[in-house]
Design a protein around this ligand. Structure first.
Ligand code: AMP
Length: 190
């Protein structure tokens, strides 16, 4: 199964993806994690994207599309994946559809985690204090939320038009959200 976890920063995509990895052995493809790994290894790619990520803006489409294409061809991802933080633009969504079609596959479902802006800010501020992830600081968070609203939210009608969009209330406790996600997946598997 190919699943997109969709939502703004702090909506719980990574947390829910990790649950699905632990509980169902699914494979998580997080472009944010891939980019942070590139920065940690100080590779040329990491050096290129570090200032962009620090600003809260999106990195160029061709970079993340290439990362995903490479990762999709690894054996563990052959049976499907959870896309976490990708796609974030229409160009990425179209590229993903084409990449999957080329592999005889497709996106099965897009789960939108709905969380209000005040809760997002509270969560990301908490994560900043706990983990010190630089782009979680409140100023940069505003830029990230702006990028979501202008560049990523327009994907909602794209997936709605494909009949793939499901909405999950992401405001509750992690367990409650996990149950709601599992319920959606059951309707897809059925
Ligand atoms: P995330 O961990 O998903 O919140 O991503 C952290 C940062 O990585 C974002 O603010 C962007 O700068 C960059 N990034 C991650 N995924 C993408 C993507 N699909 N397209 C563009 N930029 C991305």
């Amino acid at each position: 199964m190919n699943l997109i976890l969709f939502g703004p920063p702090g909506s719980g995509k990574g947390t829910q993806a990790k649950r699905l990895v632990d509980e169902r052995g699914m494979v998580q493809l997080s472009t944010g994690d891939m980019l942070r790994a590139a920065i940690a290894s100080n590779s040329p790619l990491g050096q290129k994207v570090a200032p962009i990520m620090a600003s809260g803006a999106l990195v160029p489409d061709e970079i993340v599309i290439a990362l995903i294409a490479e990762r999709m061809d690894e054996a563990d991802a052959a049976g499907g994946a959870i896309f976490d933080g990708f796609p974030r633009t229409l160009a990425q969504a179209e590229a993903l559809d084409a990449m999957l079609a080329g592999r005889g596959s497709r996106i099965d479902v897009v789960i939108r985690l709905l969380v209000d802006d005040a809760a997002l800010l509270a969560r990301v501020t908490g994560r900043f204090e706990e983990q010190g992830r630089p782009d979680d600081n409140p100023e940069t968070f505003k830029t990230r939320l702006g990028a979501y609203n202008t560049q990523t939210a327009p994907l909602l009608p794209y997936y709605e038009g494909q009949g793939k969009l499901k909405i999950v209330d992401g405001m509750g406790a992690m367990e409650v959200v996990s149950t709601a996600v599992a319920n959606v997946l059951e309707t897809i598997a059925a």
